[in-house]
Unconditional design. Structure first.
Length: 201
């Protein structure tokens, strides 16, 4: 009888281990697919996305992108999208926001052809703030030359893949009737050329 109980216990433990293994594996794959989709969606967009964005908004600021704008070929009705074109020849790009709790937000940086070279979500906020400075390598050297070694760097500094490009911001509409709030969330994000970061000659 003890032998039967022991065999049954071993069988149950083995089945539980298999279930746990497959659960972890499936969860990991789902996460990878989700993150990859966030990065790859603009890759399937039209190759002149940057040109279309600069025509819509020639200035460096956030604009809402309508589903029928044809800037991106894929859209999710439950996601509000904003975009912000930039030219680093004008100076470093500052992107700053204070994400709201429980409200998904993603920020992705793209080269002119739509290729994503960096992405971050609200989960990466430090002290409830995302503060990113996008720079060229030359701008980074100039800014670092003025840094106080005793003071912590106040932002995430990111070297761009190209001098021109655009930022894509996504906010999830989690419940019916919250689209306007998601749009306001995107429009409140700072995305501008920050010339104050450039040392004086």
């Amino acid at each position: 009888m003890q032998l039967i109980n022991k065999s049954a216990r071993l069988f149950i433990e083995e089945r539980a281990s298999r279930v746990l293994y497959w659960t972890v594996l499936i969860t990991a794959v789902a996460i990878v697919v989700h993150v990859s989709s966030l990065l790859l969606i603009p890759r399937f967009a039209s190759q002149d996305a940057y040109i279309r964005l600069t025509r819509k908004s020639p200035e460096t600021r956030v604009s809402l992108i309508n589903a029928d704008s044809q800037i991106f070929t894929r859209s999710d009705p439950n996601v509000v999208v904003g975009a912000c074109p930039y030219r680093l020849a004008d100076g470093p790009l500052r992107v700053r926001t204070k994400p709201e709790a429980q409200e998904f937000l993603s920020i992705a940086f793209h080269a002119p052809d739509g290729t994503a070279f960096f992405a971050v979500t609200d989960k990466a906020a430090t002290k409830n703030e995302l503060n990113i400075l996008l720079v060229t390598q030359q701008q980074l050297r100039a800014i670092e030359s003025e840094d106080d070694p005793e003071e912590p760097v106040p932002e995430l500094r990111l070297v761009a893949a190209s001098n021109d490009g655009f930022v894509v911001i996504r906010s999830l509409v989690q419940r019916p009737g919250e689209r306007v709030a998601a749009e306001q969330r995107i429009m409140s994000i700072v995305c501008e050329i920050d010339k104050s970061e450039m040392p004086e000659n």
